[in-house]
Design a protein around this ligand. Sequence first.
Ligand code: SAH
Length: 344
Amino acid sequence: MGEVGASSSKHHMIGGDGPNSYARNSAYQKELLVSAEDLVRELISKHVDTDLETFRIADLGCSVGPNAFLAVDNIIAAVEERCGAHVPEFQVFFNDLIGNDFNTLFKLLPPSRNYLAAAAPGSFHGRLFPRGSIHLAHCSTALHWLSAAPEKPNKGRIHYSGAGKDVRDAYRAQYERDMDAFLSARGLELVPGGLVLLLLIGFPDGYLLASDSSIGHAFHTLGSCLYEMAKMGKIGEEEVDSFNLPFYYPSRTEVEAVIVANGVFDVERVAEMGAPMRRDPDAASVVSHMRAVVGVLVEERFGSGIVEQVFELHLNKLLERPILDHTHHKETIYFLFLKRKAFS
Ligand code: SAH
């Protein structure tokens, strides 16, 4: 079955439930989940078997909640509706990288719930479950995390946004390898006919993720803070040049091409979801969100001593310059519904 958890990445979201925690900085991801609820119900009502004793769900890249519970509740309600009088028992596996704060996750578990919960720690780019054991795998806003950032030198930047073609190509190649590994692992773990629900953050075909998009702008601003820290002599400039954030935002064509080439799943449905953020956030919540997501990566590379100052700089920059409003949310959210082909 190959190496378990075959990824060296240790990154994870900020744990606990304090002001910088993911648990308190995930409203954006929550809105996406809510916007997909009706579609999830519709598709489950068409595709789930009704004669099962146990229904096993995996939430991949669950973080520390509470969004994971929302997603699971919605899936279970839909399966229950579908199964009528013959409701199966539900077992839910919460997966994330080993550094994830599973303690907080399990402390936040809803006290009254109709499923048995377990953790499945490790990378979803590798095997997590026995063969043919999972009925539905759910993965929401997590697959843009690469197993590793490309090692390409990327002077003046910390992401492919705004970078040259070679850097973008290296990111895309890494994404394709990771996504293929994800699909192959799920292909083994899912029962024939098993379902995969994906919510992905992407961009339209040919869109180069310029700095006038809110994501590009956010990474650009964070990069400029790190370069400022380098100028102050707090960190090395070359260290910043070689620091790349491990996020890739594919186009719909790119994602579908990987799924087809992988060959294990049929694409039952692709939907593009509407603009996720209804309100324009204030500078402090943008920085808070950024810190919850990439704070650990910055700390791993540059040490914990500088993190506070980096995000202080970040906030000041956003306060000085007008923050990008919703017209700059150029990303597209793809909802993909895959079905494991019937061959074993
Ligand atoms: N699904 C949640 C969390 C999204 S944040 C929600 O909708 O709110 C993305 C999560 O994916 C993070 O917690 C991150 O640690 C996790 N993640 C990133 N790469 C991963 C990997 N290779 N394997 C498992 N989890 C991963």
